[in-house]
Design a protein around this ligand. Structure first.
Ligand code: TRP
Length: 450
């Protein structure tokens, strides 16, 4: 077991920041953020999103990290150590494990699609097709069963192999390689997009706020997107938190993670919207924006094929660093609580995820008629986690820090036992005690009645 020695986790602060940022940056930034911004009218939504990320996201992030680093445990073990007398808190651990399993099951479906689109664009099959043909290809692919399952399986296998290599030799090493590639690809995409004729309109859409477009719904969308994008509310942050070294500053680490995550989301917007406007397409296409709208953009620009391959590689790298963080939650739990080896945990848990994942994949095709509460299996998994499990879990994490764990302990962890000043502490504590729980309760209630 590698849980109790001093080298439990990351080898440096940079390693911790890159791994946690890699977990945070994913399909949420490059696929979900742009279409959510598109649907909610652009600039004003982005400003609100940024306010939520820093006002609420950072304090909640810090709280989850505190639980992980203080306990030096997986998400279940954390509550055993920090609340030994109150077993009920173990429920938060259970909820986190279940949420990780379900999120990973449907996330791996969309992650698998990115591989298919690398192949499609690389082999020229998307080139020269009309918008109708491109939509048809997307439908044909997702309605099938063989290839979507194969790609999902490959993605799960890729993730598991990196996890089996361990925290430093797997997660840390690979995110250190993958994250810079992601940044470079992203910047290339932005330059290409910004130099198109008519790019201006897309930039205005992103950066000229029109506050009349904000309504109650977009406020909730912004908050929900902030939680999802920062990976808050299922123990991923808590698990990585347990790998952060005792001498690292949790406040600046959290600021870095949130800042980098937001920066990449905005870059994704800059890469996508100028192109969408330049080619006269609708920014409000919704979830299919990346798969059905963008190929048309690539088709109508010089060098579009290379651009397309680059983009879908970017998307799969981003997804991979996130699936690594999802699987690690489960694996660390199995290693520490069930005393399995890393290899055994990674294989068995990936197969368990695949067992649920198969139904998520097939719910686009052969099982599309199977609905539960009017939702397909994929949509059910998405809704269950995004609307219920994640906000509830995040709420319980903040309540644990704000109301259960002694204030001195929280201060001790954030100040590294008094070595750091932590002047922000009063503001932080107020947010975690009152503002964050109320905001989370609000999304939860709104999600339930909508
Ligand atoms: N944040 C990731 C993204 O933006 C997705 C993700 C990874 C996630 N781990 C998570 C979301 C844990 C919620 C909880 O794509």
């Amino acid at each position: 077991m590698e849980s109790t020695n001093n080298n439990r986790g990351f080898s440096s602060n940079l390693g911790a920041i890159l791994a946690a940022t890699g977990g945070a940056i994913g399909l949420g930034n490059i696929w979900r953020f742009p279409y959510t911004v598109g649907v909610n009218g652009g600039g004003a939504f982005i400003i609100m999103y940024i306010i939520f990320v820093f006002l609420l996201g950072v304090p909640i992030l810090m709280s989850e990290i505190v639980i992980g680093r203080r306990s030096q445990q997986n998400v279940m073990g954390a509550f055993k150590v920090l609340a030994p007398k109150h077993k009920a808190w173990l429920g938060v651990g259970v909820l986190s494990i279940v949420a990780a399993l379900v999120i990973y099951a449907f996330y791996s479906v969309v992650a698998g699609w990115t591989l298919n689109y690398i192949v499609l664009s690389g082999s020229g099959q998307l080139s020269g097709k009309s918008p109708a043909e491109i939509s048809q290809m997307f439908a044909d692919f997702t309605h099938g069963s063989f290839w979507p399952l194969i790609y999902q399986f490959i993605f799960l296998g890729l993730t598991a192999s990196i996890i089996i290599l361990g925290v430093q030799k797997g997660i840390e090493k690979y995110t250190k390689i993958l994250m810079p590639i992601l940044l470079v690809l992203m910047i290339m995409m932005c330059i290409r997009s910004l130099t198109l004729d008519g790019a201006r309109q897309g930039i205005d859409f992103l950066f000229k706020p029109d506050f009349s477009k904000i309504n109650g719904n977009s406020v909730l969308d912004a908050l929900g997107q902030a939680l999802f994008s920062l990976s808050i509310g299922m123990g991923a942050v808590c698990t990585y938190g347990s790998y952060i070294r005792k001498q690292d500053n949790l406040f600046t680490t959290s600021l870095w993670i949130a800042g980098a995550d937001t920066f990449i989301a905005i870059l994704a917007g800059v890469a996508i919207f100028p192109a969408v406007f330049a080619f006269g397409l609708s920014p409000a296409a919704g979830p299919s924006l990346v798969y059905e709208v963008l190929p048309n953009v690539f088709n109508s620009m010089p060098g579009g094929m290379a651009f397309a391959v680059g983009f879908f590689m970017l998307l799969s790298i981003a997804a991979l660093t996130s699936t690594i963080s999802l699987l690690e939650v489960l694996v660390l739990w199995a290693v520490e609580e069930l005393h399995w080896s890393r290899r055994k945990s990674a294989i068995i848990l990936s197969l368990a995820v695949f067992t649920i994942g198969v139904f998520c994949t097939l719910s686009f095709g052969p099982l599309s008629h199977v609905t539960i509460f009017g939702l397909t299996i994929f949509d059910l998994c998405d809704k269950l986690t995004a609307t219920y499990m994640m906000p509830i879990d995040a709420l319980l994490f903040t309540l644990f820090i704000g109301w259960y764990l002694p204030k001195v302990d929280v201060y001790d962890e954030l100040s590294n036992s008094g070595q750091l000043k932590a002047r922000y502490f009063k503001v932080y504590y107020f947010i975690v005690r009152y503002i964050a729980p109320l905001a989370l309760l609000n999304i939860l209630i709104a999600g339930i009645i909508s």
